[in-house]
Write a protein that binds this ligand. Structure first.
Ligand code: HEM
Length: 156
C-alpha cells in the first residue's frame, strides 16, 4: 500500500534531513562520500570529479550543493509517493534532467540500492523499511523505463 511505503521511507529519512545547518549539509556530503567510495565506477558521470575521493567531496563546494539537491530530490519522492500521479511526474522530470549524462538505464533501479546503503550508515533500517525502499525503487524504475522508451531513449 503506497501510504505505508511512504510512511516508512519518510520515517527513515529523518536520519538524512536537509537544511542549512552544518549537520544537515553534512548529510548531503556524506551521500556522495558513500557513493564515490562504494561505487567509484559511477564517478564517470560527474565530469571533473571522475577521480574524487571522499576527502575531495568533503572539501568541495560543488558537492556541498549537490548533496542537498540529491537529498531534497529523495525527500520529494517520499513526500509525493502517496500521490502516485505527482510522484510519477516527478520521476519523469528527473529522467529528463539527466538526459545529458547518457546514463546506463539500469542505474535508475540501482540508485535505490546505493541510497539504502547510504541510509544504513545513518540509522538502522529494519526489514519493513528496506522493503518499502525496494518498492519505491521498483515503481520509480517502472515509470523511468516507460518514459525512456516513450522518449525513444535506451531503456531496460
Ligand atoms: C544531478 C548522476 C540518480 C536527482 C546529477 C548530475 C549527475 C547525476 C552527473 C550532475 C551533477 C554534477 O555533475 O555536479 C546521477 C546518477 C544517478 C542519478 C549516475 C544514478 C545512479 C538520481 C536520482 C535522482 C537524482 C534517482 C532523484 C531522486 C538529481 C538532482 C540533480 C542531479 C536533483 C541536480 C540537477 C538537477 O536538478 O537537474 N545527477 N543521478 N539523480 N541528480 Fe542525479
Amino acid at each position: 500500500m503506497s501510504a505505508e511505503v511512504a510512511r516508512l521511507c519518510k520515517h527513515s529519512l529523518e536520519s538524512a534531513r536537509v537544511g542549512t545547518e552544518e549537520d544537515k549539509i553534512q548529510n548531503g556530503r556524506d551521500f556522495y562520500k558513500f557513493f564515490f567510495t562504494n561505487y567509484p565506477d559511477l564517478r564517470v558521470y560527474f565530469k571533473g570529479a571522475e577521480n574524487f575521493t571522499a576527502d575531495d567531496v568533503q572539501k568541495s563546494e560543488r558537492f556541498e550543493k549537490q548533496g542537498q539537491r540529491i537529498l531534497l530530490a529523495v525527500h520529494v519522492l517520499a513526500e509525493t509517493y502517496a500521490n502516485q500521479e505527482v510522484f510519477k511526474a516527478y520521476v519523469r522530470e528527473t529522467i529528463n534532467r539527466h538526459r545529458q549524462f547518457k546514463m546506463d538505464p539500469a542505474l535508475w533501479l540501482a540508485f535505490f540500492t546505493v541510497f539504502v546503503g547510504y541510509l544504513g550508515t545513518k540509522t538502522t533500517l529494519d526489514e519493513a523499511t528496506k522493503n518499502a525502499w525496494a518498492e519505491m525503487g521498483r515503481v520509480f524504475n517502472e515509470e523511468a523505463q516507460m518514459h525512456l522508451k516513450n522518449s525513444g531513449l535506451p531503456h531496460v
